[in-house]
Design a protein around this ligand. Structure first.
Ligand code: PNS
Length: 162
């Protein structure tokens, strides 16, 4: 039997414990997850795509069922290229829903062979976002409860090592 592959796409600028929670719970549903960092032209990022990939690799503790990659262009094209059946996205609040619903509906229209699986972020992490992490870290606040140690280190280097 062939393995079931899901793509977990996002900006991951940087990866947080919220993302890692979705990732580990997603692995209970599928055999392999490809964490795919988007070259997102609309968003200005703090970390380069390479840095973001490195931080993800450093945070997954060599889990053999997780592959870290990046993609350009449409998500549906990438999903087809890697033979994935599902896309996984985390939902923190109702405010996430409209955008996610639009994106999943558009993706489904573009590729009927894929489905989006939405997972509710667990209660410990629903208030975490990469954006707020960067804001707190940028002002010297402690983010150790929200991101893994390698990410905390990189945030400090980015903001405070000149
Ligand atoms: O972590 P983010 O920034 O919410 O992730 C958004 C992402 C990267 C999943 C989304 O912007 C995306 O899929 N971009 C690739 C381009 C694409 O396929 N756009 C059409 C979506 S309707």
């Amino acid at each position: 039997m062939s393995e079931t592959i899901a793509v977990y796409p996002g900006s991951f600028d940087p990866i947080t414990y919220g993302h890692l929670d979705i990732l580990s719970r997603g692995l209970e549903l599928v055999d392999k997850i490809i964490v795919a960092v988007a070259h997102n032209i609309e968003k200005s990022a703090l970390f380069t795509v390479e840095e973001r990939k490195e931080m993800i690799v450093e945070s997954i503790n060599g889990n053999p069922n997780v592959i870290v990659d990046s993609f350009d262009g449409l998500l549906v094209d990438y999903v087809k290229k890697v033979n994935a059946r599902f896309v996984i996205r985390g939902l923190r609040a109702m405010s996430d829903f409209e955008y996610e619903f639009q994106m999943a509906s558009m993706n489904r229209n573009l590729n009927q062979n894929m489905d989006t699986i939405f997972m509710m972020t667990s209660k410990d992490y629903f208030f975490i976002s990469s954006r707020t992490i960067k804001e707190v870290a940028g002002f010297g606040g402690c983010v150790s409860g929200f991101v893994p140690p390698p990410v905390e280190k990189r945030l400090k280097e980015k903001f405070f090592k000149k």
